[in-house]
Design a protein around this ligand. Structure first.
Ligand SMILES: [Zn+2]
Length: 99
């Protein structure tokens, strides 16, 4: 299989909004300084531990997950799919999820 070019990965990571992905997943986000916080969808969260930085377009769970990353990491974790599969999914969704 051909390697996915870095410029395409960078394009997906910059064009697709983490915030839009979270909102599409039904997560209510509240502004917290420069960041957005909400309930983490990846563990049983009762205090908002999901932090999204719209400026950097990155997310992080400060609770049980202790993980985070780009939109690609989000889709991999959310759908339980491989990196390549997540990139293909985002490629398809880029128009509806772009910033
Ligand atoms: Zn979490």
């Amino acid at each position: 299989m051909a390697r996915i070019p870095d410029d395409e990965l960078n394009r997906l990571k910059s064009e697709i909004s983490v915030q839009r992905l979270a909102e599409a997943a039904g997560i209510e986000l509240k502004r917290h300084g420069a960041d957005l916080i909400g309930l983490c969808p990846f563990h049983d969260d009762h205090e908002p531990s999901l932090v999204i930085s719209p400026k950097k377009n990155l997310w992080h769970c400060l609770g049980a997950c202790q993980t985070g990353g780009s939109v690609i990491d989000w889709v991999m974790k959310r759908e339980g799919i491989s990196f390549r599969h997540a990139v293909e999914r985002l490629r398809t969704d880029v128009s509806s999820l772009s910033r």
